[in-house]
Design a binder for this molecule. Structure first.
Ligand code: ADP
Ligand code: ASP
Ligand code: MG
Length: 424
């Protein structure tokens, strides 16, 4: 007997038929004698609809553009998961499985006060564990918890993955299975490159890079938690036949295991390619080259909660003036520009320019630590396709390249092939 957390994403619970199919997956594990907690997302598209409703409300009097009360945003946006958790509990009951739904505040899943992007601080698993002992399945609304202000808090988009891993850690589960619309983690997004291959295993660190560089198959925070708490996390498909014999293989279910690097015998140099569209590049021209100038730029941007990514500063030709370029999500470009214009006198520059519609393509692999020439291969392959590189950043296990958004798919496929990741 094992204790298992099963998480089902939006497409897996998109309608009533699929919720019944999810219930069959859950029943399989219950019938095998396992203790089960299920974490669900809202139906596909529901969270976007709720967010759009919030954003089309009139502004709070006196507020800056796009400001709304984040506590009310959470109250609205968390509702999608309330519906699916109740529906799944009923579907399970109709199959003779003892189940009840849990909202974040009922468990409770305690979070910090960062409404809209809250972090889980603590989960009390006592009551859930007590009910596992009598065979009850807990169906938990993902993506939500309760803040120190006693109000609903959501965990940021894609946050149900994090709910699942955090619950798995809290109830000391043997496994956390993330069921989604793909049957594992692929060498790149299979929607962009049909030749992408499913990986049997991927190291936590690589998965962290893949997720933070755009592969939204898992929320970044869920991978961090899995790594810290050593939660055995499998990514697998909810569209597989729930009753196929291989689905109940306890040690090797079909899917991808996220694990320690030591568990991976044959480590490739490059394991995957990730991409993020909708990046914008902002350049400050003829910036004064003096101590404190970076702080003067990035301090106010951080205060405005703008997430700055690639930063490139040129070497000054005459020792007094230089150029600084960095990227932000396209949605934040206008806000970033107005923050910089407001601080123009303190920073000291000639003009600020911005270009939207860019894409960041990243090559990831732990094997890069010990191999030279990985970056050069990427540059040559992109040059052969006449794709212009606008900025580059590297770390020990990744290279990120900024290009025009129109070439994103071509660049992903080119790099996927040049590093030998294509399915043969
Ligand atoms: P869910 O609703 O189940 O949480 P998501 O849409 O958040 O599902 O994540 C699954 C999607 O992630 C897949 O449909 C796929 O298009 C995308 N994806 C991006 N990169 C990868 C990758 N490297 N491997 C697998 N899926 C990926
Ligand atoms: N429903 C939420 C979202 O769409 C959380 C999740 O699906 O993980 O972001
Ligand atoms: Mg998701």
């Amino acid at each position: 007997m094992a204790r298992i957390v099963m998480k089902f994403g939006g497409t897996s619970v998109a309608d009533l038929d699929r919720i019944h199919n999810v219930a069959r997956h859950v029943k399989r594990e219950v019938d095998a004698g396992h203790q089960v907690a299920v974490v669900v997302s809202a139906m596909a598209g529901k969270t976007n609809e709720l967010v759009n409703w919030v954003q089309s409300m009139p502004m709070v009097a006196g507020a800056e553009a796009s400001f709304y009360d984040a506590r009310e945003y959470d109250a609205i946006v968390a509702s999608g998961e309330q519906v699916t958790s109740g529906l799944l509990a009923i579907a399970l009951q109709s199959m003779g499985v003892d189940a009840r739904s849990w909202q974040g505040w009922q468990i409770p899943v305690k979070t910090d006060n960062a409404h809209g992007a809250a972090r889980i601080l603590e989960i009390d698993g006592t009551e859930m564990i007590k009910r596992f002992e009598i065979g009850q399945v807990a169906v938990v609304a993902g993506f939500q918890g309760v803040g120190p202000d006693n109000r609903l808090a959501t965990l940021g988009r894609g946050g149900s993955d994090t709910s699942a891993v955090a619950i798995a850690a809290a109830v000391q589960a043997d496994r956390c299975d993330i069921y989604t619309d793909v049957d594992g983690v692929y060498t790149t997004d299979p929607r962009v490159e049909p030749k992408a291959r499913r990986m049997k295993k991927i190291a936590f660190e690589e998965m962290l890079e893949m997720a933070s560089l755009g592969a939204k198959v898992l929320q970044v925070r869920s991978v961090e938690l899995a790594m810290v708490h050593k939660v055995r996390t499998f990514v697998r498909s909810s569209f597989d036949d729930p009753d196929a014999p291989e689905m109940s293989d306890p040690n090797n279910p079909p899917g991808t295991l996220i694990c320690d690097e030591d568990e991976i015998v044959e480590q490739e140099v490059v394991t995957g390619i990730a991409y993020a569209k909708d990046e914008a590049q902002i350049s400050l021209r003829r910036l004064s080259d003096r101590p404190g100038v970076s702080a003067a730029i990035f301090g106010p941007l951080a205060d405005a909660h703008i997430n700055v990514d690639m930063i490139v500063q040129n070497i000054s030709e005459d020792g007094s003036r230089t150029d600084m370029t960095f990227t932000v999500p396209s949605g934040d470009a206008e806000k970033a520009q107005s923050v910089l214009e407001r601080n123009k006198d303190v920073i000291g520059y000639d003009v600020v320019q911005s270009e939207s519609g860019l894409a960041k393509i990243s090559v990831i692999g732990i094997g890069m630590r010990s191999h030279a020439g990985v970056a050069a291969t990427a540059f040559k392959a992109l040059a052969e396709k006449s794709i212009n590189i606008k900025a580059i950043t590297t770390s020990e296990i990744k290279i990120s390249i900024l290009i025009d958004g129109a070439y994103a798919e071509l660049a992903v496929r080119t790099l996927h092939s040049v590093y030998g990741l294509d399915k043969t």
